[in-house]
Design a protein around this ligand. Sequence first.
Ligand code: TRP
Length: 376
Amino acid sequence: MSHPTTSPLAAPAAALPTASVEAARRRSAELEDEVRADPRRFRVLTGDRPTGPLHLGHYLGTLANRVRLQRAGVELFVVVADYQVVTDRDVAGDVRGHVRELLLDYLAAGIGARGGAGTAGEPPATIFTHSAVPALNQLMLPFLSLVSVAELQRNPTVKAEAAATGGRGMSGLLLTYPVHQAADILFCGANLVPVGQDQLPHLELTRAVARRFNDRYGAGQALLSEPEALLSAAPLLLGTDGAKMSKSAGNAIALRDDEDTTARLVRSARTDADRHITYDPAHRPEVASLLLVAALCSGTSPEALADEIGDGGARRLKQVVTEAVNEHLRPLRERRRALAADEGYLRAVLAAGNAHANAVADRTLRTVQEAMGMTY
Ligand code: TRP
């Protein structure tokens, strides 16, 4: 997922052959039709690493899409990938605090969680943490036996991460985390995974793990189902410094930020010297990104907004962006504030999600162990 809404664990999009991306795009369009026709056939696994609060890019790119899928009637499993935090850093940091922030962002964005107020008739989302689901993690052992080291070393994200370790050398967890992600997806039988295009290799690996397990142990039965990628049309949003918006770069507008902070951050955003505002992503990326943010928040097109602003310059553009963002996020932020005051509620949601994830993971592990003859 090399668009801005995704983790730093992302590969350069150029690593992928165009033909396979196009095939995935075509298949995703079909899948969107199938979701509309029969949402109950689908289970989605998605998630985030708890490394900080989510920002506008996450919201417009992935969070809103999850809410859309759930409202359409699809069942969600959302992993708060706490074990994955230590793939590319030495210590987990304030992981407890970050898990709480993530939970607040999910619930405030409108994900209807198991153990919470629920949703209007849709299946509730199971929000869970890696570390609370032992059977999920145990699946990693047999799954690791199904992939080669060379295969992992070829994974574009692993490669990019290894290059970014600055000569420190790569941990075993970093090398194998695509298999851990496969376990996230396969334990719950998710058949649909929303991804950016640079995460396609992960999904291919997950499919390979399922296929190889079935071939080796299934006796003609598909014990594990091969998930499909739902390519997200996430917009390319830049941070206030003109670089990709990201949690770690400190250039993002967090969902939890208040309206004044939002105004200040937008005012500090980089633009260019041309007073006349036009939507020209190729030549004016910073201005284009601001227009896109405002357009996505106010349900209009960036071209129309540019026309409206015209000679109003960066000053007017930033006023428009600030108003659009604050307006759009107001209900979310209100919900977030209310939820933040209710620790019991947050605890109940995570407890219910973890309990359900454990029940599902225990069943899958049992199936896997039975197929391998490991029941005593
Ligand atoms: N790597 C994802 C992120 O950092 C989180 C994640 C963990 C995930 N397991 C997954 C995403 C399985 C999709 C499928 O945001």
